[in-house]
Design a protein around this ligand. Structure first.
Ligand SMILES: Nc1nc2c(ncn2[C@@H]2O[C@H](COP(=O)(O)OP(=O)(O)OP(=O)(O)O)[C@@H](O)[C@H]2O)c(=O)[nH]1
Ligand SMILES: [Mg+2]
Length: 443
């Protein structure tokens, strides 16, 4: 079966300064002959006139040609950089369609071919997917880390370490009838523990790193009328939440997403926590409490003008690892604050100390993000598989090495197969189908 050549316009039907039509596949050289009157040099910028099948001039443009396997897809690739006119693109596409075994690419099909031809691995494709989705600086950096292959190289280290400890098992199998050389088992155990520790750190980092993608969750909680909604409106400089002197105004969870210092942050306003018989408020408080459990940073707000503010503050459960306590309405009454405490006197009305609060919040956000810095793995799919590898390695009993090294070897082999599932060298068809659905045409 002849492999089809695929093409895509990277700027479809838009008026732009330039348009690029990318073509990949075995028909590329034929296409070059049909479209151009002069030969082109590979990996060089070639200024050429482009003609249709009747020899009529279409446009003048820059032609980039990569011959296989030294191309992004591993096949012959040509790119036509032409003037950004819809009519030129349509004409080029029409001419390409006339050629046998040439068709428009499906979304992500170029990347799929790169993967099939081992130009990139699955982790890099996933990194590219994240890169296309990235909207903040940290999301971009993390995605690029994966796309540029540093994640893959760490996984190859794990693989090599597992292969290395397998060699100790081979020794055990070879020496099955004799005494094992001294320190074989202890070296095996030491190395195995090191791998397990690395996997555990990677899983922990990954859980934090996921937050970079999904957004750090900041939840504002406190009693009714403390000024939670006013605080959110100040922070976002927008009237997101309804503010009123009536206690119990906010009931639903109100969420807004902002970019803070290049980090995606989801800020949530919640219902005032207190004892009530009001059915709607009860539901709001239930939702607020559930959300708190999954928050990364919790902001506790109380009304400092309330003589019971200390007690009210202590009644707000501390659930997140990172907490900031705000004593609001300092314009009415400023509260004495112990230096060592986490508390900040603020006024959403006059803006007092809001800059201190924002600075503290940004520091906490950084702390959350740093915990997920330089992750080795980062997607749910990777985390799930890595947990399985760890489970598999945890099941190894060192004492079994002498008795039944084959069983231990089987566990190591299974772990290696699982690593292959992350990098994409083992059965990942369903992962691919899902991934490429998200890609645009031309990628
Ligand atoms: N004087 C003063 N009033 C404030 C301040 N912050 C908020 N308020 C007022 O306090 C009242 C309650 O404010 P909200 O922001 O609605 O309080 P909340 O915590 O969201 O209240 P619920 O949604 O009912 O739980 C409103 O009348 C605000 O104008 C402040 O710093 N100083
Ligand atoms: Mg409110």
């Amino acid at each position: 079966m002849i492999k089809e050549t695929i093409y895509a316009s990277l700027t479809k039907y838009q008026k732009t300064a330039i348009s690029i039509v990318r073509v990949s596949g075995p028909q590329v050289k034929i296409i070059l002959k049909k479209f151009l009157k002069k030969r082109v040099k590979a990996k060089e910028i070639n200024l050429r006139n482009i003609y249709d099948s009747n020899g009529e001039f279409i446009d003048q443009g820059l032609i980039l040609f990569f011959s296989k396997p030294h191309s992004p897809t591993g096949e012959d690739v040509v790119e036509f950089h032409v003037h950004g006119s819809i009519s030129i693109i349509k004409k080029i596409e029409l001419e390409l369609d006339k050629i046998k075994h040439v068709r428009e690419a499906e979304p992500g099909e170029f990347t799929k071919r790169s993967l099939q031809n081992d130009k990139i691995d699955l982790l890099q494709v996933e990194g590219l997917d994240d890169l296309l989705e990235a909207s903040t600086e940290t999301q971009r950096k993390r995605a690029q880390l994966a796309f540029m292959g540093s994640v893959s190289s760490k996984l190859f280290d794990w693989r090599d370490e597992l292969i290395e400890i397998s060699s100790y098992l081979e020794t055990s199998i070879d020496f099955s009838d004799e005494e094992l050389p001294a320190n074989t088992i202890s070296t095996f155990e030491k190395k195995l523990n090191k791998i397990k520790k690395n996997l555990l750190v990677a899983i922990e980092k990954a859980e934090f790193s996921k937050k970079i993608k999904e957004g750090v969750k900041v939840v504002v909680s406190g009693p009714p009328n403390a000024g939670k909604s006013s605080l959110i409106n100040c922070l976002l400089d927008e009237n997101i939440s309804i503010v009123s002197a009536h206690p119990g105004t906010t009931r639903d969870i109100v969420c807004s997403t902002v970019d803070m210092n290049g980090v995606c942050v989801n800020i949530y306003d919640t219902a005032g926590l207190h004892k009530t018989n009001n059915e709607i408020e009860i539901e709001g408080i239930k939702r607020a409490t559930e959300l708190l459990k999954i928050s990364d940073i919790q902001i506790r707000v109380v009304d400092g003008n309330d003589h019971n503010w200390k007690e009210k503050l202590s009644e707000i459960p501390v659930v997140s690892r990172f907490t900031i306590d705000l004593i609001n309405k300092s314009d009415l009454k400023k509260r004495k604050i112990i230096k060592s405490s986490n508390e900040i006197n603020i006024s959403t009305k006059t803006g007092e100390n809001l800059d201190t609060f924002t600075k503290t919040l940004k520091e906490k956000i950084d702390s959350v993000v740093n915990k997920g810095d330089n992750p080795i793995i980062f997607r749910d799919r990777h985390i799930k598989i890595t947990k399985k590898i760890l489970e598999c390695l945890n099941s190894i009993q060192v004492k079994d090495i002498e008795k039944s090294p084959e069983l231990v070897a089987e566990d190591i082999r299974h772990s290696l197969t699982l690593i292959g599932k992350i990098t994409g060298s083992v059965g990942v068809e369903e992962v691919l189908d899902n991934l490429f659905k998200n890609f645009c045409i031309g990628k």
